[in-house]
Write a protein that binds this ligand. Structure first.
Ligand code: BTN
Length: 339
């Protein structure tokens, strides 16, 4: 489904916010805003009212002007940029209140020329996509849903490595919040055996060149488990419940993007080996008896390793070794050996 919202422009609201934000603790006069942005005083007042409805606390004092007192936990550039410490990722942010899927919009923007590092981030997705054709529940205002345009110098068969890079960055960012996350192969971010995050990488390529990759991540930050639908409630979790406090989403997004950029740099400079080592340390799947659904078959055995391409290596009860590129892992209880 196409995203119906127009191309991102800096809206008058964003321009007013940026202007007030530059003013810090000082008041900015209506006249100064009006001169700078070419808006009438009535139009400024209307935008300020609309911003207040979105949670910005803006003081208005006659003869002095406006002052930005409090910024809500939203995910526009204005909230994220002050925390951002990256070279490329998130330097251009395409923010949407609501979007079908950030991956879908990022894919379109990349097809139209969006640069490496541009991010689409949304408060809500109406058709969030999960792996293997599933949907990703994306209620408004609680969690993080974003997609980054990547233009890596990588041959297409190495694209799955990018997902593992993102998983390592995700684990890092969650750890910085004080939780102990792990990775379930290939890219589920887990806390206490429940899923808090997922990664979906989509590719535009020809046989020997990646045009671009869209790396999408969804992380359940502030949703309460009691609000999850019955079918995912037993296996899903949110970070807020783990840390027993609310996660400031803009700050978390900026931190995660910084870590993602660092790990992508490591990957580009040192290759996949280093990522694989770090990934292994956080992996919950290796060493376990697992059943993997590949779509075509179920493979049962012991998860031995991931290989140099990111594939899961299983040794089966029949004594064969199988390489699995994509699938869903279920941990199975080890059956007692017969006497
Ligand atoms: C999974 O199934 O584990 C992958 C889930 C990926 C969800 C994210 S949310 C942001 C981005 N946009 C999407 O439509 N999907 C990804």
């Amino acid at each position: 489904m196409a995203d119906p919202t127009p191309e991102p422009l800096q809206t008058n609201e964003e321009l007013i916010l940026a202007f007030l934000s530059d003013g810090g603790d000082d008041f900015t006069s209506g006249e100064a805003i009006s001169d700078k942005l070419g808006l009438s005083r009535a139009a400024i007042w209307k935008h300020v009212e609309s911003l207040r409805q979105k949670g910005y606390r803006i003081e208005a004092v006659p003869a002095r002007g406006y002052r930005l007192v409090e910024i809500p936990d939203r995910l526009t550039a204005l909230e994220i940029a002050p925390h951002l410490n990256t070279r490329d990722i998130g330097r251009v942010i395409h923010y949407r209140e609501s979007v079908t899927s950030t991956n879908e919009l990022a894919f379109r923007l990349a097809s139209e020329g969006a640069s490496h590092g541009e991010v689409v981030v949304a408060e809500e997705q109406t058709h969030g996509k999960g792996r293997r054709g599933r949907s990703w529940l994306s209620p408004a205002g609680l969690n993080l849903y974003f997609s980054v345009v990547l233009r890596p110098d990588l041959s297409p068969h190495r694209a799955p490595e990018l997902t593992l890079v993102a998983a390592v960055a995700g684990v890092d960012a969650l750890r910085a919040l004080g939780v102990s996350p792990g990775i379930k192969w290939p890219n589920d971010l887990m806390i206490d055996s429940r899923k808090v995050g997922g990664i979906l990488t989509e590719l535009s390529s020809d046989p020997d060149r990646i045009h671009f990759a869209i790396l999408g991540m969804g992380i359940n930050l502030n949703g309460a488990r009691s609000e999850f639908p019955a079918e995912i409630a037993p296996t899903a979790a949110s970070v807020a419940e783990a840390i027993k406090g609310k996660v400031r989403r803009a700050r978390f997004a900026a931190d995660l993007w910084g870590r993602l950029e660092n790990w992508l740099d490591v990957h580009a400079e040192e290759g996949f080996g280093k990522i694989r080592d770090v990934w292994r340390q956080s992996c919950l799947t290796l060493g376990q008896e697992v059943a993997v659904q590949t779509g075509k078959e179920q493979i049962v055995g012991r998860a031995e390793d991931i290989d140099e391409t990111g594939a899961l290596v299983i040794s089966t009860a029949e004594g064969t070794r199988r390489r699995i590129l994509a699938g869903d892992v279920e941990q199975v209880r080890r059956r007692p050996l017969p006497d």
